[in-house]
Ligand binder design. Structure first.
Ligand code: ATP
Ligand code: MG
Length: 442
């Protein structure tokens, strides 16, 4: 197997080689190259110590990014390349960060400290593929497997539990039984990992193609970081609209949504309040008020996981409205546009589509047809620049004051009234007409 290295990585490996140091592309870039996915970045490993590496690239832009961990970053063609000395990790007293690292001489030792077999391969043009742990085979069969004893590897660093889920979801892989078992047993150690690092992995995980599938299969691990999901497991809905229990519905809706962080997080939490809002009438299940409760719970979870406000705002708004009707009538769509704006309405339509795809099949076509028509109505409104927001109204506050409307609260109320009339097509968006109406109103 030959890997096409970018010229910069080749230059780094050659330059180190000229000084007598072997060097390899390693980790994610080798994995991604083998599956035909363009690597995000190219990491190089070498027995040269950071000081020696720096000497090899004297006069070039080199940044001491993680000297303690043996990493220097060389900038070539404005792109960063990490060069890391072969190392093994010292003791992990906190299941989190090695207390210290130790530089070593052999590539095999360095590869043995890496998390999964598919991440523990190295490549150089001279030596070809170096694969001591069967990474290529696991890659071929779509398997995530720890290097060495899984239980020990997770107790060294519990973040690897989340990384296993993430790689499985993103690559569409399954997790080898022994590794999966160890993840389950070690899941309690996740409490030692910072929420920021957990959330970073969760974000990659939920946007993966197999996110819902993997989270369903590893629910005890997911419930460790989001215990609020546990009541949904196996919770029957007893509704003609639903063919799945709440958790299955949630996870299928995740996989049905486009691979976008806000949309996927919305689906993950949109029905999280259902179990607590269950009621039954004539044998049929209802969940009155669940969108509001799900919204509140999602806000709590996302805040705890330290997501940014932009994400929290988008996700909670989408959850709040996920069950509301979006009808393909222009007036109605303009109201939506006025309330949440174009971008959010487009997202909401995707959310409703994913929700419908995870319910009883018999209503799916009807529901998506309505959403398609709503989208078309929205495109028309936007395309024809029809007015649905105050900023596009033909009059503003100053105009009203000049027309004699008393300053103060009345201005806002009048503007909103005019806005309503324009949306409802009771008045044209025309300055003279609207000023005339405003005078009459006050
Ligand atoms: P990505 O595409 O997300 O960058 P990656 O495999 O390059 O994937 P990184 O987090 O950039 O992942 O790490 C680079 C390499 O370092 C990994 O391929 C793996 O060999 C090793 N590694 C990273 N994190 C750990 C960890 N927590 N435990 C053991 N090895 C790790
Ligand atoms: Mg990487």
């Amino acid at each position: 197997m030959i890997i096409e290295l970018p010229s910069e990585a080749k230059h780094i490996i050659d330059t180190l080689g000229e000084s007598g140091y072997e060097a390899f592309a390693v980790g994610g870039c080798v994995r991604d190259s083998l599956i035909g996915k363009p690597p995000k970045d190219w990491d190089v490993c070498t027995p040269a110590l950071p000081e020696q590496t720096k000497k090899c690239f004297a006069g070039q832009r080199i940044v001491e990014t993680g000297l303690k961990h043996g990493t220097v970053t060389l900038v070539l063609n404005q792109k960063p390349f990490e060069i890391t000395t072969y190392r093994i990790d010292g003791d992990y007293s906190d299941n989190r960060r090695p207390d210290k690292v130790e530089f070593v001489k052999s590539l095999k030792e360095d590869l043995s400290r890496r998390d999964f077999t598919i991440n523990a391969m190295a490549y150089s043009p001279k030596s070809g593929m170096v694969d001591f742990f069967g990474g290529e085979e696991d890659l071929k069969h779509g398997v995530i497997r720890c290097v060495g004893d899984a239980g020990k590897r997770f107790s060294e660093d519990a973040l690897r539990i989340m990384r296993a889920l993430r790689f499985a979801a993103v690559l569409g892989f399954s997790i080898e039984t022994g590794t999966a078992e160890a993840m389950r047993e070690s899941r309690g150690l996740l409490k030692n990992i910072s929420v920021e690092r957990i959330a970073a992995e969760l974000s990659k995980l939920v946007t993966g193609a197999g996110a819902g599938r993997i989270m369903t299969e590893h629910m005890p691990v997911i419930a460790e970081i989001i215990p609020e999901l546990a009541p949904a497991i196996g919770f029957e809905q007893n509704s003609p609209f639903h063919c799945y229990d709440v958790l299955t519905h949630i996870m299928k809706s995740v996989d049905s949504a486009p691979s976008d962080l806000h949309l996927r997080l919305t689906m993950l939490f949109h029905d999280i309040g259902k179990p607590a809002r269950y009621s039954e009438r004539d044998g049929t299940g209802h969940f009155y008020g669940h969108p509001q409760l799900s919204t509140d719970m999602a806000k709590g979870i996302l805040t705890r996981l330290k997501y940014d406000n932009n994400t929290i705002d988008a996700v909670t708004q989408l959850i709040l409205y996920h069950d509301a009707d979006i009808l393909p009538k222009k007036k109605h769509i303009k109201r939506w546009l006025n309330r949440i704006g174009e971008e959010r309405l487009r997202q909401l339509i995707e959310v409703k589509r994913a929700d419908a795809a995870a319910q009883s099949e018999r209503y799916y076509e009807g529901k998506t047809a309505i959403l398609d028509a709503a989208l078309q109505a929205m495109d028309e409104i936007i395309g024809q620049r029809e007015c649905f927001a105050l900023k596009d109204l033909a009059v503003n506050g100053r105009d009203l004051i000049e027309a004699g409307v008393p300053e103060g609260r009345l201005i806002g109320a009048t503007l909103n009234r005019l806005m309503d009339m324009v949306i409802d097509e009771e008045a044209p968006n025309d300055r003279a007409v609207l000023l005339e109406i405003a005078r009459g109103l006050n």
